[in-house]
Design a protein around this ligand. Sequence first.
Ligand code: ZN
Length: 143
Amino acid sequence: MKFLEANLARVFICRLDYESDLLESIRRFAEEKGINAAVFSALGALKNASLAFYDQKTKKYVKEKISRPLELLSCIGNIAKIDGKTVVHAHIVVSDSEGRAYGGHLDVETIIFSCELFLTELRGINLKRKYDKTTGLNLFMFE
Ligand code: ZN
């Protein structure tokens, strides 16, 4: 296992905007605040969700859209950089009106009904991602 040791910095408590895109809202906020590395969690409700499942054989994301109101039971993620660009990586668990749960990798076009975000900035590290041939994913890079 490779690791970095970071210090906790600013903590942001946010109410995300109605009908905004969950992934894009977090990414834009991080850019506006000059955040290079962070961890976050969120909960609320969604108008719809776009999830993805990473197929380990084809090394491609298989996307699934759920086009109805959902509870956002849990969203956890982190923020890092790829070639200087801000990258938000998050996974979510949602539930429908009958309590059925669905989960996956958070994709764009997941639209917020309401959302509470707690975001903790990490300082003292340079958290970067880099393409990894073995998995086909952009994994944390440790120099
Ligand atoms: Zn993922």
